[in-house]
Design a binder for this molecule. Structure first.
Ligand code: BGC
Length: 656
């Protein structure tokens, strides 16, 4: 049933005589949204992935679940784990957890567990391969089975198996010519039979195309309304759908409500736990912000005398992504603009976290002046008079629209666009002590990179973002986030430089197969702007003395000595990558494990990373198309350790 009950995007009436609760289905990926009211506006899900911190990701999920309960709603539609390496310009990149199946899968699983532990149903979406927003209901992905299993589907498999997520949303798109909501191979085959998924599958909004074919392919719930499933009685009476299949649908939904403890702990509207949740929002922004460039300019000294803060609305707030992931922040928005996208008007939300105020608070002795950057000439003049310049560049992004390219493109005021790339160029040529803070959905091209002193990728930093960014700029917090995606130099370096489109189903061929994300850049020997796993720090770390061993049961153990050789305390993410036996024809390397370790200046630690070859992530495995199962091949595996996908050394080889 369609409904706006409690502000939800979807509603299923309860059964009072059985004490069965109504279901209120609510987005979204970075907070609790739709029309529920104020909730914690978290940093983007991609920022959470950039922390590489599973415990903090769990707390991110807890905030989502707690806010769901506070609004009396109970099915959370977050859990977007489409792998953004397939289409980095995807307008929903900020909702995803990046391009690597294991990192994305595990960060997402931690979110889902945190949410379901609050006794609400979580959801993983959009199953599957829903990677472009351009004509998203017509794009038909063509990918070979092995590539799908080892990349995009693997991220879902981890969520289904490790988090026990109780609902799965089918994508809008088609896979091999069949819409996801009636794709028997995906829903019944991969999800329910192969993975043993016991929860329910719902359609994306108005993404159902039939009754009997969808029901028989494995769709359990149409959302919203009943344009197709309203015909279920007739489909059963005519024998197109057996009664047992309807019983199975009902069983799956009812079971999910019991499985997460929702039946025993029904939700009713209360109050958002603002203080605790905002602390998590801040921690994620601090841990997820990635320092990409630093020509000795950061951290800033508290003794700095004059600072120019430049950028749209940087006096009042930080920008957030739009669409179903839109969240009304606690305390209300700083500012709401409007953008017209695909014939609809979307709010462009600025969260109440002022970069200007946060910087003033850190440098009370400095003259801090602000310009919005509408005039590049005025901004350059102010930059020339200032000791330090901080440009807050904001790239808005929204569901239903892909970015035309990876540069800074104004999607909010297309009639009179602000050219932020030109603004940065002008400012940096007036003052090379320019720091660029990028607020955006994901990968960003930087044509001005060599002319600026420092760059921070702050993603969409959430409603404590400015405070977190200021803490990093002034060195209270050491930057320790690492990229969960590749930053390509430009769209020409992508597997599909042009995004396909069409008004009837059209094929999108994933000919790159297994080579998605950094695996593409590695396999094709293309130099990215910044590689997957990369991130600078204010301190320095060394890795030495690595050992590797493979024990029975396919347990790969890597030990390595990590030393903080710099003058500040900080965290490093020790990353383990594997090269597979040559006979398999895999891309050069895959991430199989990591550990984020915080060390005081001068401290060292022996770091042990155990990679369980039999886990749901199948880190040593390949998909055997002959047996249609995961397998671990005999042969030689190279084990690499380092702090980015392009800064690795061979720790050893193991034979199996
Ligand atoms: C989105 C889903 C979302 C749903 C409900 C759709 O447009 O693709 O991710 O959960 O709307 O708001």
């Amino acid at each position: 049933t369609t409904g706006v009950a409690r502000g939800a995007a979807g509603y299923v009436p309860g059964i009072p005589r059985m004490g069965f609760p109504p279901l209120y289905l609510v987005d979204g990926s970075v907070g609790v949204g739709n029309a529920t009211g104020e909730s914690t506006a978290l940093p983007s899900a991609l920022a959470s992935a950039a922390t590489w911190d599973l415990e903090l990701a769990y707390r991110y999920g807890v905030v989502l679940g707690k806010d769901m309960r506070a609004h009396g709603v109970n099915v959370h539609l977050g859990g977007n784990v489409n792998l953004v390496g397939r289409e980095p310009r995807n307008g929903r990149a900020f909702e995803t957890k990046g391009e690597d199946p294991i990192l994305a899968g595990r960060i997402n699983a931690a979110h889902l567990r945190g949410t379901q532990d609050q006794n609400v149903v979580a959801c993983i979406k959009h199953f599957a391969l829903n990677d472009q927003e351009t004509d998203r209901t017509m794009a038909s992905v063509i990918i070979d089975e092995r590539a799908a299993r080892e990349t995009d589907l693997l991220a879902f498999e981890i969520g289904v198996k490790d988090a026990g997520v109780q609902s799965v949303m089918a994508g809008y798109n088609l896979v091999s010519g069949a819409w996801c909501s009636e794709n028997d191979a995906l829903l019944d085959g991969v999800l329910k039979q192969d993975w043993g998924f016991a929860g329910f599958v719902l359609s994306d909004w108005y993404g159902t195309h039939s009754c009997a074919p969808a029901a028989m392919a494995g769709l359990d719930m149409e959302m919203p309304g009943s344009a197709f499933f309203g015909g279920m009685r007739a489909a059963i009476e005519s024998g197109l759908v057996p009664q047992a299949r309807l019983d199975d649908m009902v069983h799956r939904i009812v079971r999910a409500v019991f499985a997460v403890g929702l039946y025993d702990h029904p939700t009713s509207p209360g109050t958002v736990d603002a203080e605790a949740n905002l602390a998590v929002a801040r921690a994620v922004a601090e841990q997820g912000t990635v320092l990409l460039r630093n020509e000795g300019q950061l951290p800033l000294s508290p003794g700095v005398r004059s600072i120019a803060v430049i950028g749209p609305h940087a006096d009042v707030g930080v920008i957030a992504g739009g669409g179903s992931a839109d969240v009304v922040p606690i305390g209300g928005s700083a500012l709401v603009e409007r953008s017209s996208v695909m014939g609809s008007i979307f709010p462009v939300r600025w969260l109440p976290s002022s970069p200007l105020a946060a910087i003033r608070a850190k440098a009370p002795g400095a003259t801090v002046r602000f310009l919005d950057g509408a005039s590049a000439a005025e901004a350059a003049a102010l930059a020339a008079q200032s000791e330090v310049v901080i440009v807050f560049a904001a790239q808005w992004s929204v569901e239903a629209l892909d970015r035309p390219d990876l540069g800074l493109v104004d999607l909010v005021h297309p009639a009179s666009p602000l050219d932020q790339d030109a603004l940065i160029r002008a400012v940096a040529s007036a003052n090379p002590r320019t720091i660029v803070v990028l607020e955006g959905p994901g990968a960003q091209a930087m044509p001005w990179l060599s002319s600026v002193g420092a760059v921070l990728a702050a993603w969409y930093p959430g409603q404590r973002g400015a405070e977190a960014i200021a803490g990093i700029l002034f060195g209270d917090v050491n930057p320790s986030g690492k990229l969960p995606i590749t930053f390509p130099r430009n769209s020409a370096d992508l597997p599909r430089p042009t995004i396909g489109s069409g008004t009837t189903p059209f094929d999108v061929r994933y000919d790159e197969g297994l080579r998605t994300g950094y695996r593409w850049f590695d396999a094709q020997a293309i130099e990215p702007l910044f590689p997957f796993g990369f991130g600078l720090s204010y301190t320095t770390f060394t890795l030495s003395g690595a050992t590797v061993s493979l024990a029975s049961g396919d347990q790969l153990t890597v030990t390595v000595d990590l030393a903080n050789t710099g003058a500040r305390s900080g965290a490093e993410v020790v990353q383990v990558y594997l090269s597979m036996p040559a006979s398999l024809g895999e891309p050069p390397r895959r991430l199989v494990g990591w550990k984020k370790v915080t060390l005081a200046a001068g401290a060292r630690e022996k770091v042990t990373i155990v990679v369980d070859g039999n886990s749901s992530a199948h880190p040593l495995g390949y998909w055997d198309t002959a047996t249609r199962s995961w397998s671990i091949a005999p042969g030689e595996y190279g084990v690499y350790v380092g702090n980015s996908s392009r800064s690795l050394s061979l720790a050893g080889t193991v034979r199996r």
